[in-house]
Design a protein around this ligand. Structure first.
Ligand SMILES: NC(=O)C1=CN([C@@H]2O[C@H](COP(=O)(O)OP(=O)(O)OC[C@H]3O[C@@H](n4cnc5c(N)ncnc54)[C@H](O)[C@@H]3O)[C@@H](O)[C@H]2O)C=CC1
Ligand SMILES: O=C(O)[C@@H]1CCC=N1
Length: 272
């Protein structure tokens, strides 16, 4: 029996659980069920979140109005084929898999299934994520509104045309890893300068958090904010020259471009 407000999560790993955690800020746990290839693990995580664990993927999707697929790209084709016969007509299928097109999923799901592709990021766990949505062939603006509402507890929600999802993955999807990398490097520099590890890490984390919040709240251009930190002949300008000389800006752009290329490749590899 279809329940118009029920959501099934298939795959309750890092990203599935991050989204689940935030979705439960606005959605009644009674309307959520989860399934994972690791059945015992799914039971344990379901109990921790107060939602129901299904014994199989097909049991999870039976009657669900929204099916959120958070398995690895290499597994998603088989999962789509497995659940296809059990999907409730009209249910929206949401995929967070990097590189996987809506067309790839549509070809494995019942004809006419609305598919929404989402690129989330892990800060969704604390409601500070970014999710970017794209509609498949049969997903209407109303479907996008429905999924935006479902994801509102995860953080900011944007929409782009699907071809831009690879660029989105390069910035906000993978981006938290670049920032954690920077935090780790900054903390290491603090230890080198004689600070305790705990203090160095706190200073690094708070600096990144404060700078991010300031950029967001003031809306000022990052170059202007950066210039305000840089006194003439002072310390910061010397550091920025070092970063430029070592090609850090170019390296960041190249790293993001590599993600975009990899995302496109992953889609092609699985489609061939
Ligand atoms: N981790 C991240 O920061 C982000 C991940 N994504 C996407 O999220 C998806 C999941 O990634 P992660 O959560 O990082 O991976 P993960 O490995 O932590 O989670 C995948 C989950 O899927 C389960 N699974 C595998 N085969 C299954 C099957 N046949 N049926 C049901 N469950 C099955 C696994 O047991 C695991 O719990 C990927 O497609 C990835 O591209 C998107 C944005 C960010
Ligand atoms: O590394 C990955 O493939 C996934 C997609 C974006 C972030 N993590």
């Amino acid at each position: 029996m279809a329940n118009s407000s029920s959501t099934a999560f298939i795959g309750i790993g890092v990203m599935g659980e991050a989204i689940l955690t935030s979705v439960l800020r606005t959605v009644d746990p009674q309307h959520v069920r989860v399934a994972d290839g690791r059945v015992e693990y799914a039971r344990e995580r379901a109990a921790a979140h107060g939602v129901r664990a299904a014994a199989s993927n097909t049991e999870a999707v039976d009657g669900a109005a929204v099916v959120l697929l958070a398995v690895k790209p290499k597994d998603i084709g088989a999962v789509a084929e497995e659940i296809a016969p059990a999907i409730t007509p009209g249910a929206v299928v949401v995929s967070v898999a990097a590189g996987i097109s809506t067309a790839f999923l549509e070809s494995r799901l019942p004809a006419g299934t609305p598919v929404v592709r989402v690129m989330p990021n892990t800060p969704a766990t604390i409601g500070a994520g970014v999710s970017v949505l794209s509609a498949g062939t049969h997903a209407t603006p109303a479907h996008l509104d429905q999924i935006s509402t479902l994801l509102e507890g995860t953080g900011a929600v944007y929409r782009v045309d699907e071809p831009y999802q690879d660029a989105v993955t390069a910035i906000s999807g993978s981006g938290p890893a670049y920032v954690f990398y920077l935090i780790d490097a900054l903390a290491e520099a603090g230890v080198l300068g004689g600070l305790s590890r705990d203090l160095a890490r706190d200073l690094a984390v708070r600096t990144v958090a404060g700078a991010g919040a300031m950029a967001q709240q003031t809306g000022e251009h990052p170059v202007v904010l950066r210039e305000r930190v840089s006194s003439p002949a002072g310390t910061t300008v010397a550091a920025l020259r070092e970063l430029d000389e070592r090609g850090v800006r170019a390296a960041v752009i190249a790293a993001a471009e590599t993600v975009r290329t990899r995302s496109i490749e992953m889609g092609r590899e699985l489609d061939s």
